[in-house]
Design a protein around this ligand. Structure first.
Ligand SMILES: CC(C)(COP(=O)(O)OP(=O)(O)OC[C@H]1O[C@@H](n2cnc3c(N)ncnc32)[C@H](O)[C@@H]1OP(=O)(O)O)[C@@H](O)C(=O)NCCC(=O)NCCS
Length: 200
């Protein structure tokens, strides 16, 4: 299957190549970002290379592991961040994560890019369910998941270990039929607005 190049209003969301490894490692090396996601600081370049290599070995984004997508701004060709998608061997269950450069946050990019990756996963891979797992203190990430339509399904108390520190783990989920219903609703809202001549 050819590599997907996903286009949104402001971004091209494309599978990473090894040329993106430096950028990925530097973004994940920000101490606050790493702290929220249980990564060591600095994030090792070799680990970034291994993540991208693993996807390339599967022939691009495909079931059986994590895939890393770079989010490139149309306006200037700059990478604002990444979306990571995990698909299990059968392609039934997935998981999503995202990280933006600090300077790119608060502009809706994570929601925009993740929407494209979820569309891809639910339609191209026929994914049944997508999950996400966050530190409950991560209010920005929780907002993104709410924007995407994820449901908070519970919080596992003191279950996520980072060295000798343990934190709670908030779990979210979204089913394909729920995603399809949201898309259909968004389309019919857009149709009503365009029929009434209102900008949308
Ligand atoms: C989480 C993250 C990707 C969000 O990216 P983003 O592009 O800023 O997200 P969006 O702009 O699409 O939406 C962010 C929402 O969170 C809100 N928000 C941001 N910081 C917040 C905070 N500290 N407290 C409460 N809400 C916050 C914003 O107001 C916005 O909500 P709104 O759209 O209702 O106004 C980004 O903050 C990041 O990279 N964080 C570090 C990595 C990380 O935590 N990844 C998630 C783990 S899977």
């Amino acid at each position: 299957m050819p590599d997907p190049i996903l286009r949104t209003a402001r971004l091209t969301v494309r599978p990473m190549t090894l040329a993106d490894a430096d950028d990925l490692a530097s973004r994940r090396s920000d101490p606050e970002t790493a702290h929220l996601q249980g990564w060591e600081v600095p994030y090792p370049l070799e680990r970034a290379v291994a993540l991208i290599d693993d996807m390339i070995a599967r022939g691009g984004p495909a079931p059986g592991g994590w895939s890393q997508f770079a989010c490139v701004r149309h306006q200037d060709g700059v990478i604002v961040g990444d979306v990571a998608l995990h698909l299990d061997e059968q392609g039934h269950n997935g998981e999503i994560g995202y990280t933006l450069h600090i300077w790119a946050r608060g502009q809706g990019y994570a929601t925009e890019a993740s929407t494209a990756v979820l569309n891809y996963a639910f339609t191209v891979w026929n994914l049944h369910r997508c999950a996400a797992s966050i530190d409950p203190r991560n209010a920005a990430s929780r907002r993104v998941l709410e924007h995407l339509g994820f449901r908070h399904e519970g919080t596992m108390i003191e279950s996520f270990w980072q060295g000798e520190t343990v934190t709670d783990d908030a779990r979210f989920g979204l089913l394909r039929r729920e995603w399809q219903a949201r898309r259909a609703e968004a389309r019919s809202r857009a149709d009503v607005l365009s029929a009434s001549g209102q900008p949308h």
